[in-house]
Design a protein. Structure first.
Length: 257
């Protein structure tokens, strides 16, 4: 009976750790932070020899000297720092004995079905504000007439990105389509308002989808010694940037702008 209870305990801890790690990776966390959180949970649960190996596509963990080993596959990776913060906060509360293992499990499992995120309308407003302000930041010579156009193109392009991402599982296709939509709208606006500059508008609008955080996390993983994760994330961010550039290039090529 004791061996059965012991096995159930290890399985419970393993499930909690793997779920927490998967959620953090899906939220865009660095690998060293994922591994630290999983090890913190295991150590504070009373496991003396936990072993973790995390990559952007899967997380592996063994407990009780390697007698129990499992992995979880990660297919969907986004930028959701609120999710990363909540999982990390739960692990620290558990380490401080503020919540029990049962409550930790319940709250971690709840995050799977109730992911913290902002409503779509707020995301669109944020994309519009970001596009307009980054236009000012990146362009030395610009006209204020481009300011509202960049906001509109950025907002509509972000809507297109969210829409196509819901209906396709092909990586980087939503970024390609969103960049094409942005280019078409920007070129259409400049056609009716010749005083605007299409380059200024597109540079501001595309910044909403540029994988800046992904590049940053890739570099942090490389500097922390996680070479595999760093190179995978760097390649993923590069392909995203190429998809954005390719979408703009396709429209410009066919329209002859």
């Amino acid at each position: 009976m004791a061996e059965t209870k012991n096995a159930e305990f290890y399985q419970e801890v393993l499930d909690i750790c793997l779920t927490a790690g998967r959620l953090m990776i899906e939220g865009g966390s660095e690998m060293y932070r994922v591994e630290d959180t999983m090890l913190r949970i295991a150590h504070n649960a009373g496991v003396t020899d936990p072993r973790v190996f995390a990559t952007p596509t899967g997380v592996f963990m063994s407990l009780d000297g390697g007698k129990l080993s499992q992995m979880k596959q990660i297919r969907d990776r986004n930028i959701n720092l609120e999710l990363v913060d909540r999982v990390n906060e739960l692990s620290r509360k558990f380490a401080a004995k503020k919540i029990s293992l049962k409550k930790l499990k319940a709250r971690v499992l709840a995050l799977q079905t109730d992911l913290p995120t902002f409503p779509l309308w707020m995301q669109v407003i944020g994309a519009a504000a970001l596009s307009a302000t980054l236009l000012v930041l990146f362009m030395d010579d610009y006209d204020w007439i481009d300011f509202p156009a960049a906001a509109a193109v950025g907002a509509l392009g972000y809507l297109a990105y969210v829409f196509f991402k819901r209906f396709t599982k092909i990586r980087f296709l939503s970024e390609l389509v969103a960049a094409m939509v942005m280019s078409l709208i920007a070129i259409g606006i400049v056609h009716f308002f010749p005083n605007m500059v299409v380059d200024n508008i597109l540079i501001g609008a595309l910044m909403t989808l540029v994988p800046g955080l992904a590049f940053t996390n890739a570099l942090r993983d490389l500097f922390m010694g996680d070479l595999l994760s760093g190179m995978v994330r760097m390649l993923e961010a590069t392909l995203t940037a190429l998809a954005l550039g390719g979408g703009v290039g396709i429209v410009i090529k066919f329209l002859g702008v």
